[in-house]
Unconditional design. Structure first.
Length: 263
């Protein structure tokens, strides 16, 4: 790709960090956002060492009060934006019946409302510049429900409905949307998950520990973005649950109730 300006949320670790490092090695301009400024600075330094130019722009998707001001700061960096990667998010480990509404709202705020608010603030500038790309990190649970992840699954399902509609509406504006559906990836997402009462789960699930390396996942995402794919599913054997759910829903249910959601 020619040199582009790419804004990545959730860039302080995991898939977001891996994406930043790969794009930096290609000499691209990066806007790195997350809550943890110290970690963002660490990632930015690594990106600089690889040849990328970076702007650290902290934000909290759960409390995104003035996204337009953030977008203006982002635009001041290189006077344009080519790709927005909505990667920030949080998951859960709690039964639906036991999860407090405060936790439900927090997950929806981060995973859905925050992503939508930032995208809608960026969209006019992409259209004005003749087009651009929006990448949305969903999940395999954006395609089906799963134990201990009711609100997480709901937030990811909502992303699909919203961004597919946005993509259809803006096709003639040269706006391309790529939905990314990763399965188990080796990141700290389970460690940072919320329990039903809002406390930190704090454990690395066995499935997460044995998941795809975040760098491999990032490479597949970048490939999908370059090809302007509408959707990409990334996983090991877990990815086959998507097809089983689609073509054999009764079989999917039998499998799902037998799987340990903490593995």
């Amino acid at each position: 790709m020619k040199t582009k300006t790419i804004w990545i949320t959730g860039a302080s670790g995991g898939i977001g960090e891996a994406l930043a490092l790969l794009y930096a090695s290609g000499g691209h301009n990066l806007i790195l956002s997350a809550r943890r400024q110290t970690e963002l600075q660490r990632v930015a330094e690594a990106c600089h060492a690889l040849g990328g130019k970076c702007l650290v722009l902290p934000l909290d998707l759960a409390d995104l009060k003035n996204p337009e001001a953030l977008v203006q700061k982002a635009l001041n960096f290189t006077q344009r934006l080519d790709i927005l990667i909505n990667n920030g998010g949080i998951t859960q480990r709690g039964l639906a019946a036991e999860t407090s509404m405060e936790v439900v709202r927090q997950i929806m705020e981060v995973n859905f409302f925050g992503q939508v608010a930032l995208t809608n603030a960026v969209l006019p500038h992409l259209i004005k510049n003749g087009g651009g790309q929006i990448v949305v990190l969903s999940s395999l649970t954006g395609k089906f429900g799963f134990g201990l992840r009711s609100t997480y699954a709901a937030s990811k399902h909502a992303l699909h409905g919203y961004f597919e509609s946005l993509s259809i509406e803006n096709y003639r504006n040269n706006i391309h949307v790529t939905m990314v559906c990763p399965g188990r990836i080796l990141t700290n997402i389970s460690v940072n998950a919320l329990n039903a009462d809002g406390t930190n789960y704090g454990l690395m699930d066995a499935g997460q520990k044995n998941g795809i390396d975040s760098k491999v996942c990032a490479m597949r995402i970048i490939e999908a973005v370059e090809k302007r794919k509408h959707e990409v599913i990334i996983g090991k054997t877990d990815k086959y649950l998507v097809k089983i759910k689609r073509f054999f829903p009764s079989l999917f249910f039998k499998i799902a109730i037998r799987l340990d959601p903490k593995k």
